[in-house]
Design a protein around this ligand. Structure first.
Ligand SMILES: Nc1ncnc2c1ncn2[C@@H]1O[C@H](COP(=O)(O)OP(=O)(O)OP(=O)(O)O)[C@@H](O)[C@H]1O
Ligand SMILES: [Mg+2]
Length: 498
């Protein structure tokens, strides 16, 4: 059987000041295939997708759809060519509700030509969400929805119109395993209908699991394109970063020191009587399923969420953060899950963002020493393998993964007493992920106490010393991370282990 190429790209180029994001990319997608697109942070994946969406204008190159050369000057051109998108940044209008977002840019159903037919809009939205088997509150402004629901809105939007090729730029980073399975089911259905799905992800297990072919990009070029059945994870890592990774996690060393942080019988709307402590040099994982209260626990410690009763102690003295700012001032730092939303000022420079929280340290009698700020920011940036052409560029110009690294670099500069990490490696490429793990270990070995929440249980198993399992805000068990494996871990999450 000859499979037609539905879309091919030849000589695609795009440069930004100081960086050539695409250096002449050649690539082709076939009908009825799930095509993985992978590469390190900053490799050019999103730029390529934004060009096909008509959001970014290329400098040069040709796009051919079903053998015909096409011009994609804007998003209308793109939808006319039946291309659908889930962008990395979701691009939702946060004060619109889910239904409005899903049909945004498409024509809303109308009554008498002028009036939006809200009833039909909602009914049509429900059809789409039912097909996805998800329940999203349809009347609530998107800004009030959880990260998972927001991601599902963006996904549903891609399915609101029918297309031939679906581009999904890291659609699953905010999803739980359950939603991810639903998404994969939809992707497979699209494939069975002869449609093409281009799937971008740093989760190589997912890529190997669902794709038929995989294209690897590096530094704005295509390194290779392989059949998924003929490749391994190690092959992919090698062609992505140019070398193998011996081990995914840094080795654990040293003993935990004195107790740094203590929580005593904490209660609020999400937490129901939690007590535990973390020692200097220790990495404590919080295990549990989505909805167990893990993120809420971190936010409560960070002063972003109030508590009804209970006590915190930091280095032996009562710790009562009235706000995140006061938590930071006392040496407690949170790296939130949604970094773009909570951790960065996109219109400020990279070095300003990195040094933002630690200015107190670097200022000299109230005067900022800009050279020191720059040097220290660059040092921290290098530690996380930040890829940028200049530290004076706005953070908004960085690739998604590199923006995450900025938040991390910022944290590293502070040497916190207690570091709270919510999904520390989401959206970060495999090479940088190892660097981030090493930094966490390194901070711990210098005395920081670390609490980490991650839905990737390999990460929890590979990185932590102890794991506190919680369910519905209550402690299920507290385990030393010895002889743990996936099965035991999941049992503990479900509370099946006493
Ligand atoms: N608006 C912009 N202004 C300047 N540089 C940009 C802009 N958008 C992207 N770049 C640069 O282009 C390069 C490619 O970025 P791109 O977002 O395509 O990477 P990516 O492969 O999607 O990475 P990630 O895995 O982190 O999402 C990066 O060096 C990035 O900093
Ligand atoms: Mg990207």
């Amino acid at each position: 059987m000859v499979v037609k190429e539905v879309l091919s790209i030849r000589g695609l180029k795009k440069s930004y000041p100081g960086v050539m994001a695409l250096k002449g990319v050649n690539l082709a997608f076939k009908a009825g295939e799930i095509h993985g697109l992978i590469g390190e942070n900053g490799a050019g994946k999103s730029t390529l997708i934004k060009i096909l969406a008509g959001i970014v204008k290329p400098d040069d190159g040709e796009v051919t759809i079903l053998g015909k050369s096409v011009q994609i000057r804007n998003s209308k051109d793109s939808s006319r060519n039946r291309l659908c998108f889930i962008h990395q940044e979701l691009n939702l209008v946060t004060y619109f509700n889910a239904a409005e977002n899903i049909f945004l840019g498409h024509s809303y159903p109308r009554r008498l030509r002028f009036f939006v037919d809200w009833k039909r809009l909602k009914a049509k939205t429900k059809e789409i969400t039912d097909a996805l088997q998800v329940r999203i509150p349809l009347d609530t402004p998107v800004s009030y929805l959880s990260a998972v629901d927001r991601a599902m809105v963006a996904i549903a939007r891609a399915f609101a119109v029918s297309g031939d090729i679906y581009f999904m730029d890291e659609p699953a980073t905010a999803l739980t395993d359950i939603e991810k399975e639903k998404l994969f089911r939809v992707i497979k259905t699209l494939k069975s209908q002869g449609k093409t799905v281009v799937y971008v992800s740093h989760n190589l297990d997912d890529i190997l699991d669902i794709t038929d072919r995989i294209t690897v990009m590096r530094d704005g070029t295509v390194v290779e394109c392989r059949e998924t059945l003929e490749t391994t994870k190690d092959d992919l890592i090698r062609s992505m970063i140019g070398k193998s990774l011996e081990s995914a996690f840094p080795s654990r060393e040293g003993k935990a020191g004195a107790v740094v942080f203590k929580a005593g019988d904490i209660h609020n709307e999400s937490i129901d009587g939690l007590s535990f402590d973390v020692r200097a040099g220790e990495i404590l994982g919080i295990g549990g399923l989505v909805g167990a209260g893990r993120t809420e626990l971190l936010e409560t410690i960070f002063g972003a969420r109030g508590k009804d009763s209970g006590t915190f102690t930091l280095n032996g003295v009562p710790f009562r953060p009235s706000s995140p700012r006061s938590a930071i001032e006392q040496g407690v730092v949170l790296v939130p899950e949604e970094r773009r939303k909570q951790g960065l000022v996109l219109s400020r420079s990279i070095y300003e963002n990195i040094s933002m929280m630690s200015l107190g340290d670097i200022s000299n009698f109230g005067f900022l020493n800009h050279r020191v700020i720059r040097n220290r920011s660059e040092e921290a940036g290098e530690k996380v393998r930040l890829k940028c052409s200049s530290y004076s560029n706005h953070v908004g110009t960085l690739s998604g993964g590199n923006q995450q690294k900025v938040v991390f670099a910022k944290t590293v500069l502070q040497e916190p007493k207690l570091l709270l990490l919510d999904e520390p490696s989401k959206g970060v490429d495999v090479g940088a992920r190892f660097e981030i793990y090493s930094i966490i270990r390194d901070l711990a070995s210098r005395g920081t106490a670390v609490i980490i929440v991650s839905s990737d249980f390999n990460e929890v198993l590979g990185l932590t010393d102890r794991i506190l399992f919680i369910k519905e805000g209550r402690m299920v068990s507290l385990k030393d991370n010895i002889d743990m494996n996936q099965e035991k871990y999941l049992n503990c999450c479900y509370g099946r282990d006493s």
